[in-house]
Design a protein around this ligand. Structure first.
Ligand code: SF4
Length: 291
């Protein structure tokens, strides 16, 4: 197949500030000669992209799960992933006296600090996000009496008392439209809820750029890890606008058949997708089409 085509990249795509920082932190650890003989671990997935994780494994990091912390020794290097860890795991790591490097994104830490502040001020805590996501597990572990909601329907079943004050925060990768729905509901029925919107700017920018792209092209490839929350949201947003949307983790996932007759190809990528993956997929498309 070879017909004339153009490839359009979303206005904002790929590595965000927090992921870039986590990747640089690990690279700096590897470059420090004092660390050559130390054991180096990353707790969980540094960022939600297998390519990035495997690359650091090849360079000398071992990925360790939370259940394996007991095997760590004093002085081992341990990097905390970009979306943070729970209070309990943090305490265990400190007790182990490992050399801790915190790659938790500043935007995630800010939510945690603000929730701690709100508890001190006597607020009950509400949180919008996915209970199973490591970021949400980490943040909510610092709060007492917290209620977590992923959808408006769940929020409608919440136990919110009119005579108490509530502080509500959000997962950084929450879908903006979902948030606005829930916000509207709360503002209408519960003026006693203080809303602290912490959807990350990088996530919003990528979501908006994907919406624009999906309207402009005939087919959209969303590039990124299937475990990445923000990549999945970009996929959902694009698919709802443009049914010809495909999620690709690497160039191997690209099937030629879907390019048949398409001359305007859109590319977008989650915040944890490295440029190398984007370039490989773009080059493969160029190899198939005259683009
Ligand atoms: S998506 Fe936002 S919150 Fe998450 S790592 Fe990137 S900059 Fe930080």
């Amino acid at each position: 197949m070879s017909h004339k085509a153009i490839i359009i990249r979303a206005n904002k795509m790929g590595f965000c500030f927090g992921v870039m920082k986590a990747v640089r932190l690990c690279e700096n650890i590897l470059q420090n000669p004092n660390n050559v003989n130390k054991k180096k671990y990353i707790l969980g997935m540094l960022v939600h992209n297998d390519f990035v994780v495997q690359d650091f494994q090849k360079k000398g990091f071992v990925t360790i799960e939370e259940s394996e912390i007991s095997s760590l020794k004093k002085g081992d290097i341990v990097v905390i992933r970009a979306h943070g860890i729970t209070k309990e795991i943090q305490q265990k790591l400190e007790e182990k006296e490992v050399e801790l490097y915190d790659a938790t994104c500043i935007f995630v830490s800010q939510i945690k600090w603000k929730i701690l502040w709100a508890m001190e001020q006597g607020y009950d805590i509400l949180f919008l996000g996915d209970k199973e996501h490591p970021e949400v597990k980490g943040i909510t572990s610092y709060a007492e009496n917290i209620q977590v909601f992923a959808e408006l329907e769940e929020l409608k079943r919440a136990k919110i008392q009119k005579d108490r004050k509530y502080f509500l925060s959000t997962q950084t990768t929450l879908h903006q439209k979902k948030f606005l729905e829930m916000k509207k509901y709360l503002e209408e029925f519960y003026p006693n809820v203080y809303i602290f919107n912490k959807i990350c700017g990088a996530t919003q920018e990528r979501q908006r750029a994907t919406e624009i792209l999906a309207k402009e092209v005939e087919i959209v490839f969303v590039l990124g890890g299937r475990k990445s929350s923000n990549t999945k949201k970009l996929y959902e947003i694009s698919k709802s606008i443009n049914p010809n949307t495909y999620l690709l983790e690497s160039e191997e996932d690209l099937e030629e058949a879907c390019l048949q007759g398409k001359s305007k190809i859109g590319l977008t990528a989650g915040a944890s997708t490295p440029e190398e993956i984007i370039r490989n997929i773009e080059n493969k498309i160029r190899g198939i089409l005259d683009a």
